[in-house]
Design a protein around this ligand. Structure first.
Ligand SMILES: CC(C)(COP(=O)(O)OP(=O)(O)OC[C@H]1O[C@@H](n2cnc3c(N)ncnc32)[C@H](O)[C@@H]1OP(=O)(O)O)[C@@H](O)C(=O)NCCC(=O)NCCS
Length: 282
């Protein structure tokens, strides 16, 4: 297949059935694209694209500006019977060229699939953070953790920046919906959205992200010991109070919080596989 036969155009509502058909064999039928299709297709703030060969949709991808200079790349899919013909590579190259032309300085993405990892690495992307998924189920009876305001969280920044294991995050918040740079400004932004929880004395912190299911999702932990354990329990209480099943935490392997997770009733949701955040300087 020659990449020149491939055209990219905006996804349309009428492509819905075909897009869903393409995602049927992805992740044992648990692809999230069917759930987000309507939102993505009507979102003018991002580019949801269909790749066509002779008028037939064979792939999809999305480019989403999400922070100054940063483009998030997501939703790459190629139809099962069109794989290994260079289509994904041609789509990704076009996406990179477009982000570059638009003046973005970096493109980031999250993935956990080996074919995609090979593709992104061969296109020059670097893995910033590796993440393992932990899960703690809801527990009844305790108090949810405290939510700091923007002023308070800014004061905590120096301690967070110096905390054990923070270097494993490589300067980013590994939010699977768009990994921003980890900074005092980012903490303020998250606090303003109610997405930060503190342990006793402010000696442990959890940064939350928008969850994909009926759960609380943690994208970054800092701190350790008693304060962190209380915070991790408090998140399980909060899940219960909110009628959610569990808390998921993504954590770089080797981070000192692993011990505290185990001590607070958390376990691997998936011990074998890792997710990664990749980045390409444009
Ligand atoms: C990943 C995916 C998009 C690749 O699409 P594709 O059009 O088959 O990919 P290409 O033919 O352009 O291959 C580009 C490179 O990807 C890698 N790759 C693709 N499929 C692979 C596989 N099955 N095993 C190992 N590497 C693979 C290779 O490095 C390949 O280069 P090569 O052919 O020169 O060796 C496609 O397999 C897919 O839709 N998978 C399911 C959804 C998914 O995992 N999406 C990515 C989420 S981030």
């Amino acid at each position: 297949m020659e990449a020149t036969e491939l055209t990219l155009r905006p996804m349309r509502p009428a492509d819905r059935d075909r897009a869903i058909e393409i995602t049927k064999d992805v992740w044992e039928g648990r692809d999230y694209i069917p759930r987000v299709f309507d939102r993505w297709v009507s979102d003018a703030g991002a580019e949801f694209q269909a790749a066509e060969i002779e008028g037939f949709v064979v792939g999809l991808q999305r480019l989403r500006p999400y922070a100054p200079g940063l483009m998030w790349y997501e939703g790459l899919r190629v139809a099962g019977d069109h794989r290994r013909q260079g289509i994904a590579r041609a789509m990704l190259d076009a996406a990179i060229a477009e982000a570059r032309e638009q003046g973005f300085h970096e493109m980031r993405l999250a993935t956990r699939d080996l074919p995609a990892i090979r593709l992104f690495e061969s296109a020059g992307f670097n893995a910033l953070v590796e993440l393992k998924w932990w899960r703690g189920v809801r527990v009844e009876g305790g108090e949810p953790a405290r939510m700091p305001d923007a002023t308070e969280v800014r004061k905590l920044w120096p301690a967070i920046a110096a905390s054990a294991g923070i270097q494993l995050y490589a300067g980013i918040v590994p939010d699977m919906n768009g990994a921003r740079d980890l900074s005092a400004d980012e903490l303020e932004r998250l606090a303003s959205s109610g997405l930060i929880r503190l342990g006793p004395g402010g000696r442990a912190i959890a940064l939350l992200r928008e969850p994909w299911g009926q759960n609380i999702a943690v994208s970054l932990l800092a701190g350790r010991g008693g304060s962190l354990r209380e915070l991790l329990m408090a998140l399980r209480f909060e899940a219960d109070a909110d009628g959610l099943n569990h808390v998921t935490v993504n954590l770089p392997p080797g981070h000192p919080a692993e011990e505290d997770l185990k001590a607070s009733g958390y376990d691997f949701a998936d011990a074998e596989n890792s997710a990664f955040v990749y980045a390409l300087k444009l």
